[in-house]
Design a protein around this ligand. Structure first.
Ligand code: DLL
Length: 432
């Protein structure tokens, strides 16, 4: 039931002690081996020895993505290159990518965390895992792969894309676990229906979906289209990749693997720590990583932590769904808008598909939000009158939930581009 019970159900007092020990070692190693951290600790007037409790960590400066860029490619590594056995990198929309490295031990840790995650979802060594996360510099593909292998499951390293082949392998190999982004999973679900494949020929029972934000309504869609239990997985390259946290079948948030990562929530504007139960930016510190330890990394992801006991028995805190990133939050006429909030509204009515595009523009001095919404096949063939009704319903619901008015543009089924990896939800044409 647990991959590493000794940690997964460890009493919290013991866990906190373990975290402190590991934190102190990490701070000492980084101070000794990474000039960037030495300088930032010195400037803050602290030394690793000053950190005597987890609360003391607040004295330590944050690390941000720009710090990784400034130290491109290997400047933040704490291990010599002869011990670094793997590199990954984020694609990076502008300029150089962010590079991350792993020692053999780091790869072992990561594999265990991913094995834990798959087992948490109900996976065993008898499962066939079709891994449709992208292989390559992205951490999704290979990260999940190593974990599934460590668990002893049968991995199908198909990577993203080539949908007809995905469907063929899914039937022929009897895939039981699907791993990919939720947007790609949805597309696969649609294609299964479109191809008229007999549902009996699909043996899926669990989906491990992450790498981008999604909503509870999207879960309902995925579970009904693919006939599986859809669970959320979170991670980021800078911290390790997938397997920082994973949702258990209780579906009450994702357990953070706290024996390896220390989580804090801060107010993104002031950097001040927020208590459990409040929504803010997730900050993570690695506790065991060798090649690229990371201290108080500002993830930019917005979430909330829950400490209450979980029905699955694990003692790790749970983070709620990531509702958005501090940097993909749109500000429309002064109102903060996250694409995931709009997704939830769109899916409330059942006549539209979870494919949408937010087109933001500026008309004169006013922001203009147009939401491209795909109608489902059934609705599309109905009357114009019904369309007007739906448009009005959506507009007023978005206004009341988000406080922002938007124009709705309906588009024909299957016209919004599908993605094989992370979905692109926003086109911002504003020149500001
Ligand atoms: O996306 C790692 C990953 C791969 C996670 C496969 C899960 C499954 P990056 O490309 O570095 O790494 O992107 C990290 O993606 O900061 C979040 O903004 C977003 N993200 C990842 N998982 C989730 C999730 C991988 N479950 C960035 N929900 C993170 C919402 C997510 N956002």
């Amino acid at each position: 039931m647990y991959w590493q019970a000794e940690f997964e159900i460890m009493p919290r007092e013991q866990l906190i002690e373990l975290q402190l020990q590991r934190l102190q070692l990490t701070l000492q190693r980084t101070y000794k081996n990474v000039p960037f951290y030495r300088k930032s600790f010195d400037e803050a007037g602290i030394s690793p020895g000053d950190i005597k409790s987890l609360a003391d960590l607040q004295k330590v400066p944050f690390t941000v993505k720009q710090d990784l860029r400034d130290n491109y490619p290997f400047g933040l590594f704490a291990a010599p290159m002869d011990q670094v056995v793997r590199l990954h990198a984020s694609s990076g929309t502008t300029g150089k990518p962010t590079v991350v490295g792993y020692t053999q031990k780091d790869i072992g840790t990561w594999s265990d965390l991913m094995a834990r995650a798959i087992m948490m979802a109900g996976g065993t060594n008898t499962d066939v895992v079709q891994n449709a996360y992208g292989y390559g510099l992205f951490t999704g593909g290979i990260g999940v792969h190593y974990g599934a292998e460590r668990l002893g499951a049968t991995v199908v390293p198909v990577s993203g894309g080539n949908t007809p082949r995905q469907l063929m392998l899914m039937q022929d190999f009897g895939t039981t676990i699907l791993t990919c982004t939720p947007s790609y999973a949805l597309y696969l679900g649609e294609e299964i229906q479109k191809a008229g494949i007999d549902p009996e020929a699909i043996k899926l029972r669990v989906g491990i979906f992450g790498a981008e934000p999604w909503s509870e309504r999207m879960r309902e869609q995925l579970e009904s289209k693919l006939n599986l239990t859809a669970l959320d997985i979170y991670g980021l390259s800078e911290v390790i990749g997938p397997g920082v946290s994973m949702e258990c079948p209780e579906k009450q948030g994702m357990h953070i693997f706290e024996d390896h990562f220390l989580a804090e929530i801060i107010d993104p504007r002031t950097g001040a720590p927020l208590p459990c139960g409040q929504t803010g930016e997730l900050v993570l510190t690695s506790l065991t990583k060798e090649a690229l330890p990371i201290i108080r990394y500002r993830t930019r992801d917005i979430t909330m932590l829950k400490e209450e006991k979980c029905g699955c028995g694990r003692t790790f805190v749970r983070m709620q769904r990531v509702t958005g990133r501090t940097d993909d939050m749109l500000i429309i006429r002064g109102v903060n808008v996250f694409p995931s909030q709009i997704e939830s509204v769109l899916l409330e009515f059942g006549d539209t598909e979870p494919h949408y595009l937010l087109v933001v523009d500026r008309k004169g001095s006013l922001d203009d939000l147009e939401i491209w919404v795909e109608l489902n096949e059934k609705f599309f063939s109905d009357k114009v009158r019904a369309l007007e009704d739906l448009e009005n319903k959506l507009r007023s619901r978005i206004l009341s939930v988000l406080g922002v008015s938007a124009r709705i543009k309906f588009v024909e089924p299957r016209t919004i581009p599908r993605s094989e990896g992370k979905a692109k939800r926003v086109v911002d044409k504003r020149d500001i």
